[in-house]
Design a protein around this ligand. Structure first.
Ligand code: COA
Length: 174
């Protein structure tokens, strides 16, 4: 378990499936996330029950508030490359009332610190749709910088959007 200033990060459990099902069906939450097909609650329950334990290649952690231990989101570090010591990260807060409260930023900072200090990564990267200003601001706050632009990489409701490739190096995390 990892502890930040506002959140606690813990492995996913089968009973978390219900919350994920709710978040996946919330259009506002999924606005800038890749989601093509709606999953059934039964499918999600099965996925969670059969989920592989966390490993160097993929670490998925549920985000809980530190005080009430309320499940509010998820953060995942994936595709860790042991030679170049790079990994990708994804995050979302599914409980909308917690947006803008610093919880996502705290969770991302904590998981990046774990990546750098424990897994000995050198860089961590993510992609974000350019219109997702709140997310970009959150990532910049902890040291992510824009390293590139993926033109028309995200398609939603008949429109193409550019994605920004953002990275943070081990000595840049703030
Ligand atoms: C992106 C996300 C993880 C950020 O976590 P968070 O806890 O909400 O972020 P914070 O509260 O720490 O910071 C948000 C920052 O953006 C700013 N912000 C909020 N709305 C904004 C907007 N519309 N435009 C620009 N900045 C905005 C806030 O003022 C804050 O900056 P500040 O601390 O300098 O004032 C979370 O909002 C989320 O999960 N959103 C929905 C799903 C999503 O977009 N996931 C990311 C996909 S790449």
């Amino acid at each position: 378990m990892l502890t930040g200033e506002l959140v606690r990060l813990r492995p996913a459990e089968p009973e978390d499936a219900e919350a994920f099902y709710r978040w996946h069906n919330d259009e506002e939450v999924m606005r800038w996330l890749q989601s093509y097909f709606h999953q059934s609650l039964a499918g999600l329950r099965k996925l969670f029950a059969e989920r592989q334990e966390n490993s160097f290649e993929k670490v998925t952690l549920c985000i809980e508030t530190l005080e009430e231990r309320k499940l509010i989101g998820v953060v995942a570090m994936r595709e860790a490359d042991p030679i170049n010591r790079r990994a990708k990260v994804d995050i979302y807060i599914g409980e909308r009332e917690y947006w803008g409260g610093g919880y996502g930023t705290d969770a991302l900072r904590r998981v990046c610190r774990y990546g750098f200090e424990t897994l000995q990564l050198h860089s961590i990267e993510l992609t974000v749709v350019e219109e997702n200003e709140r997310a970009i601001r959150s990532y910049e706050k902890i040291g992510f910088q824009v390293d590139g632009r993926l033109r028309q990489a995200f398609f939603r409701d008949g429109k193409w959007y550019d994605e920004l490739l953002m990275c943070v190096l081990a000595d840049e995390l703030s």
